[in-house]
Design a protein around this ligand. Sequence first.
Ligand code: G3P
Length: 478
Amino acid sequence: DTTVFKFYSDGEWKKSTSGKLVSIINPTTRKTQYKVQACTQEEVNKIIEAAKTAQKPWAKTPLWKRAELLHKAAAILKEHRAPIAECLVKEIAKPAKDAVTEVVRSGDLVSYCAEEGVRILGEGKFLVSDSFPGNERTKYCLTSKIPLGVVLAIPPFNYPVNLAVSKIAPALIAGNSIVLKPPTQGAVAALHMVHCFHLAGFPKGLISCVTGKGSEIGDFLTMHPGVSCISFTGGDTGIAISKKAGMIPLQMELGGKDACIILEDGDLDLAAANIIKGGFSYSGQRCTAVKVILIMESVADTLVEKVKAKVAKLTVGPPEDDCDITPVVTESSANFIEGLVMDAKQKGATFCQEYKREGNLIWPLLLDNVRPDMRIAWEEPFGPVLPVIRINSIEEAIHHSNASNFGLQGCIFTRDINKAILISDAMETGTVQINSAPARGPDHFPFQGLKDSGIGSQGITNSINMMTKIKSTVINLP
Ligand code: G3P
């Protein structure tokens, strides 16, 4: 039997008046696992009205009380790690251990955010006028950070809990209310996470979680006049949102094509281990996954052999068994990945393993001798397929990395720290990892995409600041 879940608004769990449901297909069984409400635009209106109403008293709630409630939610979230992880396994085929890690990491993020919020929202600036030419010391300016209003949070399928709280917690500690629109795949995990906030005792209407078809409520939500800010993580839907949204702050993270540059003096064992972790964990379905290897020709054969040996040891199968490689999230995703593989095959890439697929399950694949005319050199598979491009100079590596439309992260393996810094400075990405695979965590580090990888900056502190504005009060002395 398929369990049906309600949506959350005004402090209650409700069925939609639409009478329609959205099916969540288990990527492993390819059968319907859960169903959630297909909410109506009218229900969205009510949710946003309630969010606007609840936000006013919430903004006046003492900062320490806001933080206290977040700490409570964090603790409850961690207590519920098992059932929420179970949803992640069934909805997005996240390996069981990684699923638990995501929930615990989310609890830690909420707590850290509460502490950081008390720190940075508890202080303002005091400015005097005569520091600017032509002014006497007759004006005192007091500044503080105030909330934006209603924050619309739209997290992606691959971290439906962690990338939800990375938006929710900063919004709440800053005094905003939150409307969460979870991804279809991962919606039940998100609803369960919201229930933890409900159990913590947040005021009614402050937090809501609306589910439904993007075609029916997507634009209605992102263009709604009651929304004061949108924080979106996902694919190129974000570009459409940025064109349609009103005059409101947007925080967007839209994926990447993170390059892994390996120089002759790089530690090839370290690089191989990080390529496996960075390229194949969660079957490559991470925006910060290693998505192209740029390796100096002179050490390429050695590195490729090391990676092949590790790929052969990866376990492939169901997320319940904690396999390294599990089914990708949807059939359409698997088809897209397959399209990139077939294009590479047709154009003569070297297949280090046989291409193998069963349903949504795609065996890990390393493609060597990839050339720039192949789609996989530029497009983001979001799957366990990794292209190797052989280069002959650092300039070539930087050129290829910067030629990408994406600019999220990149990484460099070399023992020469000066070269690493020079390459990092030249790479047009938000972050460069030296001697390790790209990663968003730890969650208090800044995290932002350049170019098509997004706008605005994340990481707990940046997210809190982005969800506030500066209020000044100027005292004019006689
Ligand atoms: O794919 C989303 C991005 O946030 C990945 O996060 O922690 O796996 O690097 P992480």
